[in-house]
Every structure is written in C-alpha cells, then in structure tokens.
Design a protein around this ligand. Structure first.
Ligand code: ZN
Ligand code: ZN
Length: 366
C-alpha cells in the first residue's frame, strides 16, 4: 500500500513528508486510513539527546480514522469501522489484567521506542528501508497507520472523526487524571498547573465532576481566559508572587487535588505547597529535572502520584468523553486547530510557543 508519512530522520531535522509503503496488517492488527492526528509534546521526545527511540521514525500517537484492512484474528473490529487510536499495552501483565493498561509492564518499550517487540517493521521508505513505525503502537503522522486492534476504540460514524484523535492521548490524560487517577469528587477543590491541552481537559473534567473550586494556573492570559470559559472558577498567573499562598486562600486552606502538567520543579514545589493536608498532587508533565523540596513538604498526609494516560482504559473513557461532548459538557474541540500534514513543522512550532493548544494534522490529499 502506497502512502505518505512525516518522517523524523535526525534529532534536529524538520519532519519530512515522504512516500512510504505499508505492509498488510499482521495478526491482531488493523490498517487505518488516518482522518486526523493530534500533535502532542510527547511526539518531540525523540528529539532529546539520548532518548532511546529509533530513527528514522514516524511519530504521531493521537490518530483517528477508518479501518481499511483487518489482520488475522481480529474479530471485534470490522472493515469501515471508525476508530480512535490510543496507547499500546500487552493485555496480559498484572497491571493490564487489573484494569490499568497505562501501567503495563511493557508500556515504555511498546509506546516510546518506535520499535516493534517481535515482528519486523511494517512501514518502509522509498528505498525499502524499514522505518520505526510503532510509536505508541500506531505512528500516525501519516496517511495510514498499522495499529494493534487492542489500541483502537470504535466510535460512532456520525462524529467529526478528524477531530477525535487527541481523545486517545492528551485529552484522555487530562480528563482521566481527574476522573480516574485522582478521583475528584463533587464539591471538592482542584488546582491545575499549566493550561495547555492536558490541563484544559483536566479543567473541563473537574467541572464535569462537580468540583466546587477549580483553580487554573498558567503564564498566558489567553489560556487563563479559555480556562475560565471551560469551567475554572479562578485563574491565577503562574508568575505571581506567593502563588501557593494565593491558591490556599482561594480554596479555603488549600486544594484537595492538584495536577501538574508542566514538569517544572519549581511549579511542582508550589503545587505541593498549595495542597491542603491529605491532599494529592498528580504529576503528568514529562521532564528530567530533579524535584527539590524539604522532607516536611508532604507532612499532613499529602500524597504525590505519578500518572500516565490518566490511568484510563481507553475503550471505557473515550466513549464517555464523546458522550459528554455530545451533551456540550466537554467541548474539547475548542482546543483544536487543524493543519495539513505537510504543515507539521509549523504545527510543531505553534505547539511549542503556545500559539495553538492542540494542533491536529489532516493527511487527506497528501
Ligand atoms: Zn501489560
Ligand atoms: Zn500524548
């Protein structure tokens, strides 16, 4: 099968749109014609020095599209099905079978290396050279993606399929962190640090959960305004003086829940300080810098929780988020701006400088 993909050949090179060849899907796999695929900050991790992803690589892990071929042994997804692609997991380890596939024992190898665990690569370049094409089990910066049926969530055909991809990662991470991992209750208080795609999804979810106080923290006024529109009861600039003290005041003694999406150590220290005793801070920001706070920072029964993918089961959470969207309670489409796949480098710049909260690349016609 002929198609095109945005290939990353070197850490510092731009993504390059190239003709590629897709093999037939193997056992348990589906071939998906991509209608749209979100650009997530995780997609630039392979640019980091020392990051163990194989290049040349096709990144992209928020794909949505139409199933155009089905591999042997796939009996629950039919040709023509509309699917949202999410992260890959094994389905057999202890965490998978206990309903926590985001904490699959092979999560890192399956999702963040681009390599396949067993079979050879199913996508090759114009010279027939294999490309790393298993990024989050999909590699969807392309006209097509070969994904595990297990990564795919079948959705209704009346939905705007090209916009649904981010539900499979960024939006799921924000919403799942609030609804599943932290389990925010009605009437409780939440602070969300960083009002990007993940943070704004968390704010919408906190609003859905009925949190009484929802504090958004960000450096951009425009994002704080959007956070208010989406359910934040308070918006605070991240560079304001005595940030934690301000938040404790707004929430009558501190928030029960906080979510850090920034990965910035100083912000995380403020988030711990803004918790009420027994409060929990969830960490979803990627970063390699060390956290520094005193041994008594967690006194009073405070908790820290590292969270991946909102601890969600995509086949459960994605349909719930879609239903909330239908009810106008979860307008995730307000975060999205679309670009043709060929404008991927512009989308990367706009995601990095905050011009666009959630770019979605449309490969149609490439
Ligand atoms: Zn597993
Ligand atoms: Zn992601």
């Amino acid at each position: 099968m002929e198609g095109h993909a945005a290939v990353l050949r070197h850490r510092t090179a731009p993504f390059a749109l190239e003709p590629v060849q897709f093999a037939e899907p193997g056992p348990g796999q589906v071939l998906v014609e991509i209608a749209g695929t979100g650009f997530c900050h995780t997609d630039v991790l392979p640019r980091q020095d020392g990051f163990p992803a194989s290049l040349p690589l096709i990144a992209g892990h928020e794909g949505a599209g139409v199933v155009t071929a089905v591999g042997p042994g796939v009996d629950d997804i039919s040709l023509g099905a509309h699917v949202v692609l999410s992260f890959d997991s094994c389905g057999r380890c202890q965490n998978c079978i206990s309903g926590h596939p985001a904490y699959c024992e092979t999560f890192f190898a399956r999702n963040l290396t681009g390599r396949t665990l067993l079979a050879p690569s199913l996508v090759t370049d114009a010279e027939g050279v294999p490309l790393a094409s298993r990024w989050f089990g999909q590699s969807s910066f392309a006209t097509h993606a070969i994904a595990e049926a297990r990564n795919a969530v079948v959705v209704d055909k009346d939905l705007p399929l090209h916009l649904l991809g981010p539900l499979g990662c960024g939006i799921q991470t924000g919403a799942g962190s609030i609804l599943i991992a932290l389990g925010v209750e009605a009437g409780s208080s939440v602070a969300v640090f960083g009002a990007g795609g993940v943070g704004l999804a968390a704010i919408m979810a906190a609003h859905v959960a009925g949190a009484a106080a929802i504090v958004a923290v960000d450096l951009h006024e425009s994002r704080l305004a959007l956070a208010r529109e989406l359910g934040a009861t308070h918006a605070v600039r991240g560079d304001s003086a005595e940030l934690a003290k301000q938040i404790r005041k707004l929430s009558r003694g501190g928030v029960q829940y906080a979510l850090d999406t920034t990965g910035v150590p100083a912000v995380i220290a403020d988030a711990v300080d803004a918790l009420r005793p027994t409060g929990t801070l969830g960490l979803v920001g990627a970063g390699s810098r060390e956290l520094v706070f005193g041994p008594s920072a967690l006194a009073g029964g405070k908790n820290l929780m590292g969270i991946l993918e909102g601890d969600a089961v995509p086949q459960l959470l994605v349909p719930q988020l879609i239903e909330l969207w239908r009810q106008d309670k979860f307008p995730f489409d307000k975060l999205i701006r679309t670009y043709p796949l060929s404008a991927i480098n512009e989308a990367e710049r706009h995601a990095a400088n905050g011009t666009t909260i959630k770019p979605v690349l449309i490969p149609q016609g490439e």
